[in-house]
Design a binder for this molecule. Sequence first.
Ligand code: TXA
Ligand code: MG
Length: 341
Amino acid sequence: METKVLLPTKDNIKLVGEALRNGNIAALPTETVYGLAANALNGSAVKAVFEAKGRPMDNPLIVHISDFEQIEKFKLARKIPEKALRLAEKFWPGPLTVIVPKGEGVPDEVSAGLDTVAIRFPSHIVTQAVITAAECPLAAPSANTSGRPSPTAALHVLHDMNGKIPYIIDGGCCEVGVESTVVTVAKEQPVLLRPGGITLEQLIGVIGEVAVADAVLNKMQEGQKAESPGMKYKHYAPKANLVLIKSTLDKYIDYVNSRKSSDVGALCYDEDVPGLEVAAFPFGSRNDYVQQANRLFDSLRKIDETDLKLIYGRCPDTNGAAMAVYNRLIRAAGFEVIELA
Ligand code: TXA
Ligand code: MG
């Protein structure tokens, strides 16, 4: 199959919208990461998304809408809890996914048999326009091959999906750069399942207490039940061994430089680059967590293009917007952290 990369013109949006309505799949830009979309009401179209990604069928997808009314119109939710309404009012359209009791309009392929469904109203104008042109909600996971970093540019999608999908709409680089925040309000106590562009503090500001699922910051123990199916899968791990270093700047630089070799690289903050004597992959300024989130996946993909064997990464903070960066990096590192006193 030839994969066409299209600019988001009016005609192309109409073309891809119609293709999606008729059961084809296509990759689209969103404000978080690129998504691989299918008509969320069409179980066999949704299956094709799982196949193109190589994604296990028991890992449910997010349903994307371009108008709040579509939740009722397409019977996406059995009920919309009051906390979901408050979150939607404050953060939609935007990088927040809310899990609610599933409605009868959602095929089992989307929810992987769960009785809940994940819904997101993206803010990206192109995503909204394609959903509107498709005249149906779109189920879309990130448009990477399962196990690779999420794509934040059309070229990343092309790298993973060339020959496997008919269309990629190129909307440039994604603004947020990490996947949406996922919160469940399906039960009384809201739980943060995946940190993203909307922070824990922001959620708490709107709905009060929000628990953080254990697996967000910690390694899942054997036999522990995943609160979100995505948590139990092996996440992106670079080809090189990634080890995170928790320390001051000076100690980090000394530690890495004393291990200098042609096999060693550094996944570091912009300010660290001048002091480092190994190949450096900066992913943002030290205190700019928003920028770090934006550049992280691209830096990880760049590392995979090299033959480096060992990467020393800076261990991010866990507060505010840094939680999303920490959550992705600690998994990429297989939870391996060295703390330098
Ligand atoms: O920003 C995003 O969320 C991107 C763009 C394309 O919208 N999408 C995305 O989808 O990251 P995906 O499939 O890569 O991640 C969805 C996550 C998975 O970890 C999945 O297990 C979880 O959401 N999820 C989906 N439905 C769920 C449900 N009913 N209950 C618990 N977790 C759910
Ligand atoms: Mg994903």
